[in-house]
Design a protein around this ligand. Sequence first.
Ligand SMILES: [Cu+2]
Length: 341
Amino acid sequence: MKYVFLFGGLLIVFTACRQNDTSAGSKKVYGSANAIVTNQPNHETASKGPLAYGPDVPKIQDGDTIDVKFDVRHQLFHISSTVAYTAWMFGDAVPGPVLRIRVGQTIRFSMTDRSNDSMSNMAMHMNMMPMPHSIDFHAAMVNPEDKYRSIQPGETINFTWTANYPGVFMYHCGTPMVLMHMIYGMIGMVIVEPKEGYPGKVDQEFAIVQNEFYLKKQGANYIPDTAIARLKQPTQVTFNGKVGQYVINPLKVKAGERIRLYILNAGPNNATGFHIIGTILDKVWLDGNPRNELAGMQSVYLGPASSAVIEFVLPEKGRYTFVDHSFADAEMGAIGAFEAQ
Ligand SMILES: [Cu+2]
C-alpha cells in the first residue's frame, strides 16, 4: 500500500509505516521509507551502533532510533593459525558484528560497499575484485526488492526498519550467487530483545554463530569453492569464525552461574545439534522468542538460519566442552569449552 502526499507541489511517495497489528501485545511497524542509494562512500565511520564481535554481546542502546552502520570489506581472514582466505565481510570479521536492539526500536542503517578499498597490485585475484553486495536482515519486515538491493563498489545504501519481534536473527548478503557470498563470510547475528528485555536475570551472556566454510587451496592461501558448497560438504565448521577457538581459549565462567547463550546457525547448508557436555539446557527459546519456550533439553537442533536463546548452569568447577553433536562438524571445528572456576 502506498500513500501519496502533496507538499507545496512536491510529490512525495513513500511506503508508510503502519501500525496495524497489536496481536503480540506491541504495535508492529510494517515497511519504511524507500532506501536511498548514493554513489558516495560514507566516510563518517566504518562501523557504528550497539555492536560487538562474538562471543561478546553488545550493550543495548536506549532510544527510539538507533544509528547502525557496518561496511563491506574484502580482507584476509584467518580461520585458524594455518588457514586464511580473502573473506568478504561485514565489518572486520567473519561472522560480522552482533547487533543488539529492542522490539520497537527503529534502525537507521547505512552500509558502504568498500570492496574497492582493498585493491592492491598484488591482490587482483578473482576474490579480491570489487563487486556488488547487499544486506538482508531477517529481523526486518520491509520490501526486499528495495532495501535488500545490491549496491556497487563505492556506493552507500541507507534505509530504516523497525524491530517487531524479539529473537536472534540472521543477516547476510543476498547478492547472487547468494551461496557464494555467504560462504565468503557475509553472515551475522541480530539480537532483538523483548520490549522489557529478556525475562529473568543471568550472570553472563555470550553470542555464538556457527557456520560452514568450503575452502580449497590456492597458492599459499585458500579460496571458497561453490562446487564443494553445492555438495554441502564443508571443509571447516566453526563457532564465531575460527576453528576450535574456544578449545584454545575457553569461555571463562563461574560454577553455579546462570549463563545465557545467543546461538545462531548461519549455515549456509547444514543443521546443528548444539550440546554442552555435563549439563542440561534449562531453558530454550527457539529463534530467541520467549513465547517459544522449551525446557530441560539435551541439545537444540537448529537448521540453517535458525537460532535460540539458551540458559543453563554449569554445576561445578570444571571444563565443559560444547559441540555440534553432529560429530563430523565437531571434528571440522565446531567444538569449544567453558571453563567453570
Ligand atoms: Cu555480498
